[in-house]
Design a protein around this ligand. Sequence first.
Ligand code: NAD
Ligand code: DAU
Length: 332
Amino acid sequence: MARLLVTGGAGFIGSNFVHHVIEHTAYEVIVLDKLTYAGNRASLAGLPEERVSFVQGDIADGGLVDDLVTAADAVVHYAAESHNDNSLSDPQPFLNTNIIGTFTLLESVRKHGTRMHHVSTDEVYGDLALDDPARFTEETPYNPSSPYSSTKAGSDLLVRAWVRSFGVAATISNCSNNYGPYQHVEKFIPRQITNVLRGHRPKLYGDGRNVRDWIHADDHSSAVLSILENGRIGETYLIGADGERDNKSVVEAILTLMGLPADAYDHVNDRAGHDMRYAIDYTKLRNELNWHPLYRDFERGLQATIDWYRTNEDWWLPAKAATEALYARAGQ
Ligand code: NAD
Ligand code: DAU
């Protein structure tokens, strides 16, 4: 396996994966990315041109996908419409990319007999109650809540069907909430950090009791690489890092780390259908592949992320005003 085709490699987690692969392996990478509002070429700046090539295009373009799959030894599929709030205001792109795009890739890897890893989310399992001692496992029934998570669930089911019906050599991973460098300012943690950097107050949806299970994007990358190289074909692996936090305490931690009073934030309109809690049990990944997260101290990871946004204003500032204008229209 010498050359990886990484879809969505100019997005948040895809670009973190490309950086990880270049640093820790000898693979070459072809990035296929449409460069939607969420994609950014600058996230791949500084990587060696002899090992990383970039193609701008749509994963739903069968001809283009076929050409690139032919040139690759394996496909790692990150490309998606990824933001729940956008899926509530305009669901159609989520169907095109997450469903039709994944179908298009599957047909191509089926034709060429190419190994594929499909990157998905814990949101396919719906949500847990705050007082539920359970966490998601690979056996948890699918029960997605939003247009985003339902299209991700649909894409997972397509992958499973293509494995069983056509013998496609695919694996799936479902990961919890990522944080780290190169995340779009529409998402929770970068939105609050960049609000503070611009002299604006963080915005908390509803009462902020909702819980997310945070993992650093670099840990997600090492887990995906491990599954790609050593995972069993047809299997699903959950990825997490024991990082459950409620949103209110995350906002308070950001404010404290940035030298402001912990209560200097605003409550804004809640998200429709807002999932209450996600929590991942990654026993299978740990036991089968001996994978462990390296970022175990959330405050330290958060501080490093704050430092990254502080020193990389050129990367995020161009998207900030338009993102906040959309939130303002929704009362958020
Ligand atoms: P992102 O929105 O930051 O990046 C998505 C990338 O895909 C962008 O570069 C975009 O230009 C590209 N893209 C979108 N539509 C495309 C198309 N039709 N053809 C080609 N490229 C296209 O998303 P992210 O947060 O990096 O998420 C990446 C993947 O990881 C998604 O599949 C998402 O479901 C999954 N995931 C994300 C998280 C998280 O916390 N962000 C957690 C678990 C799983
Ligand atoms: O669980 C994995 C999922 O995590 C991924 O599949 C998604 O692609 C990714 O976007 C993320 O989904 P969330 O909806 O959990 O992430 P988001 O950053 O949008 O919001 C995190 C939490 O913070 C959520 O409970 C909503 C809340 N929130 C969000 C924003 C943008 C706020 O309180 N204020 C905000 O301004």
